[in-house]
Write a protein that binds this ligand. Structure first.
Ligand code: FES
Ligand code: FES
Length: 166
């Protein structure tokens, strides 16, 4: 079967009920999404499916054929598309830059999923309130307790993105 990931179509050999997460990591070698709980409880495995966050650990690969999947690795190109500057892709999505500026990760394990969820939020809510950010991020667990820095980083990225794409 074929799946579309980060703008490229890939032929994959996994059986149709294989979790998308395994296909991304083991066949496509995209290691942004991580295995945490395997039960849709932690968010470490999150990717965007047609722009909305899903849990790749419980999503069979057959369920995503024909739809656009974006992983952490595809966020810069996604941002370039939003800015309509696809030919000059920025090195980083504003969320990734804000994450760096806020010195957000500790062990880093949860952070890919956090960034994906934040990208989903900011694609529909350009000026989120603190409460909206907390609600959106509520399903993602960070055992290192980086939540305050994540909150700060999302606010910074939202400001940058709203300026560029009002
Ligand atoms: S690994 Fe998918 S939600 Fe935890
Ligand atoms: S940074 Fe360690 S789990 Fe979140």
């Amino acid at each position: 079967m074929k799946i579309r990931v980060n703008g490229l179509v890939h032929r994959v050999s996994a059986s149709s009920d294989t979790p998308l997460l395994y296909v991304l990591r083991n066949e496509l070698h995209l290691i942004g999404p991580r295995f945490g709980c395997g039960l849709a409880q932690c968010g470490a495995c999150s990717v965007l499916l047609a722009g909305k966050e899903i849990r790749a650990c419980v999503t069979p690969v057959a369920a995503v054929t024909g739809k656009a999947i974006t992983t952490l690795e595809g966020l810069p190109a996604l941002w370039a598309k939003e800015r309509k500057k696809a030919t000059s892709a920025p090195a980083l999505h504003p969320l990734q830059q804000a994450w760096i500026d806020a010195d957000t990760p500790q062990c880093g394990y949860c952070q890919s999923g956090m960034l994906i969820q934040a990208a989903d939020l900011l694609s529909t809510t350009k000026h989120p309130t603190e409460d909206q950010i907390r609600v959106a991020m509520n399903g993602h667990l960070c055992r290192c307790g980086t939540y305050p820095k994540i909150l700060r980083a999302i606010k910074q990225a939202a400001a940058v993105m709203a300026k560029e794409v009002p």
